[in-house]
Design a protein around this ligand. Structure first.
Ligand SMILES: [Zn+2]
Length: 449
């Protein structure tokens, strides 16, 4: 088996690995490069392989950095099937249409070229072949199955085996521990090669049991100050996790009544998908649903899908909580709220997810006191409060524990999907703890397994 790294090598985004096994050429993920303008321009480059020669694509989960170049792949004559779980298919549909819409707006506004059109997105959706977890699929000389990764709704890692040959595991993104709604990450099997994500390869999250308390405190402070709590949220998973916890706090009388605005059409759409498939929930969420609780709806919640409803938030009385995308603040409705409220001391910006280099979120996270949004220079007086325990990703310890359980026959680990220092730190720990060979591949590297 041969694996070539065509993305997420010494960086977070652009996940795309070419696998040549048996008589099959397939891709695991086909994601978009994100972050700086330079990263985004790279999406227009050649893939590094001819899309017509690819037989199939396996998708780990619906995040744009894992699915965002699928329409370009189809546009460039890929004609095979795209394998993914049913929730991933439903959410990818929303994500790709949203991306196309943003591109269309950028074309109209700034004459920026589009990476693909709506027709390409529709062709992607027609190529979907949905799979249950654990069901083995046989292709020519190679087979694979999807296992629950516990990262976002529908997320999977891939176990892939060449007939009579070696086994490789592609972690996709590995979930954090004790995430509401999601089931825990399934145990991985032993393998000849493991490609593991390393987003937090050099960091430990704070204790997740403090997560609810810290959210509660941030809300209570906002209410006391009659301020604004801005939560730039990732539309998939983090938003629903927040809604789930807010639902708990409000329905159990743990916080006073307050207006909460879910100001993201994409998050609203994804919430509908998650509501529709309780069979994928963990035991606790499933139990609540069976009792008749609506996990994502409660008193004081306003879903502002339309632009007009969104604008009304501006004149709504204080205190208020606004959940809006994008999670890294480099686009979306959150920017309008940041312009309005960042220069007030009564504002808190809650950071609940990874902030990539080059994004507005990263600048705020790093403590910048002046930022530019839409060519406007803004003084930052708001409190910026990161809660790491909200991460959708495993931290270093969880990654090590996950590998540790299968260490006896894991021969080689490749640390991917992490910035260089983070991937290197994880590789070092893997070598030290388990004596397993661990490397950090570069874009374009090929390995034989
Ligand atoms: Zn992800």
């Amino acid at each position: 088996m041969k694996i070539t790294f065509f993305g997420a090598a010494r960086e977070i985004t652009g996940s795309c690995y070419l696998v040549e096994a048996g008589r099959t050429r397939l891709l695991v993920d086909c994601g978009m490069f994100q972050g700086s303008a330079f990263s985004e321009a790279r999406n227009f480059n050649d893939f590094g392989f001819d899309p017509q020669t690819i037989d199939a694509v396996i998708i780990t989960h619906a995040h744009i950095d894992h699915v965002g170049r699928l329409p370009k792949l189809i546009k460039e004559k890929f004609a095979g099937k795209i394998y993914l779980t049913l929730p991933t298919a439903k959410i990818t549909d929303i994500v790709l249409r949203d991306a196309e819409h943003i591109m269309e707006e950028a074309l109209k506004r700034e004459y920026r070229p589009k990476l693909y059109d709506l027709e390409d997105v529709e062709n992607v959706i027609k190529s979907f072949k949905t799979l249950d977890y654990n069901r083995r699929v046989n292709l020519d000389g190679v087979s694979f199955r999807l296992r629950d990764a516990g990262h976002i709704f529908g997320s999977a890692f891939v176990e892939l085996e060449e007939d009579g040959g070696s086994r490789a595991i592609f972690s996709g993104d590995v979930g954090n521990i004790n995430v509401p709604i999601l089931r825990p990450t399934a145990q991985m099997a032993e393998c000849d090669a493991l490609l593991i994500e390393s987003t937090y390869g050099n960091r430990l999250h704070e204790d997740e049991s403090t997560r609810g308390t810290r959210l509660k405190q941030a809300i209570q402070n906002t209410i006391k100050q009659k301020g604004v709590l801005l939560i730039p949220a990732f539309a998939i998973e983090r938003t629903q996790q927040l809604l789930y916890e807010l639902n708990h706090l409000i329905e159990n009388g743990l916080i006073p009544k307050v207006d909460i605005y879910l100001d993201s059409p994409m998050a609203i759409a994804v919430t509908k998908v998650i509501k529709a498939y309780p069979k994928y929930y963990d035991k606790e969420a499933f139990r609540l649903v069976c009792k008749g609780d609506d996990l994502f709806d409660f008193h004081g919640l306003h879903q502002t899908a339309s632009r007009d409803d969104s604008k009304k938030i501006n004149t709504a009385p204080f205190p208020k909580i606004i959940i809006a995308g994008a999670g890294m603040m480099n686009g979306g409705r959150i920017q309008h709220h940041l312009i309005r409220y960042l220069s007030s001391k009564k504002t808190t910006v809650l950071i609940v997810g990874y902030q990539a280099h080059g994004t507005l979120g990263r600048r705020l996270y790093s403590g910048d006191k002046k930022v530019r949004i839409f060519n406007e220079s803004i003084q930052v007086k708001a409190k910026v409060l990161p809660i790491g325990a909200y991460s959708a990703h495993a931290d270093q310890q969880k990654l090590l524990d996950w590998i540790g359980n299968a260490r006896s026959r894991t021969k080689h680990v490749y640390c991917v999907h992490g910035e260089e220092d983070s991937a290197a730190a994880l590789a070092t720990r893997i070598k030290q703890e388990f004596g397993i060979q661990a490397d950090v591949p570069r874009y374009g590297d090929t390995v034989n397994i």
